[in-house]
Design a protein around this ligand. Structure first.
Ligand SMILES: [Mg+2]
Length: 153
């Protein structure tokens, strides 16, 4: 598994891996933001994440996801309770960006990650190249950026 190789190369360092949800650990339905709790889980990827959680105590998985409405936070938490309950509620960062907001999701995520104060190695796994690109341009915490395909093999 490529993700495991990357983690092994970092040795005993504490690693925080921020996971996007839509398109990364759940099937992305174009234009469908509602009923998140009913979204199809990507089990192959979820199993890899559980394997890392069980075998690498130096790694903490966290969620970094965005919804348009407050109810999306509730729906995403319900989904996580069902499919990835190993990720604790304090590690679930489900941010609300209202649909008509001027700030893009990429900037919301970039600002969140740039404001983290930690000595841990930070990794982000996201399917959206706009998010990865925005952080790459302004990467204050030297975050290791990976496309969702790192979870595929
Ligand atoms: Mg996504």
């Amino acid at each position: 598994m490529f993700l495991e190789e990357v983690i092994n190369k970092l040795g005993d360092k504490k690693i925080d891996i921020y996971l996007d949800m839509d398109g990364t650990i759940a099937h992305y339905d174009v234009g469908v933001a509602d009923n998140y709790d009913l979204k199809r889980p990507l089990f192959g990827r979820i199993d890899k994440i559980k394997y890392i959680i069980n075998n690498y105590p130096n790694v903490t998985f966290k969620i970094l996801s965005i919804g348009n409405l407050d109810i999306h936070k509730e729906q995403k938490n319900k989904w996580l309770d069902e499919y990835l309950p190993e990720i604790k509620s304090e590690d679930r960062n489900i941010l609300i960006r209202h649909k008509d907001s001027q700030i893009t999701s990429a900037l919301v995520k970039k600002n969140f990650l740039n404001n983290l104060k930690t000595n841990n190695t930070i990794m982000l796994i996201d399917d959206d190249p706009r998010v990865l690109g925005a952080i790459k341009k302004d990467n204050k915490n030297n975050i290791l950026l990976y496309k969702d395909s790192i979870l595929s093999d």
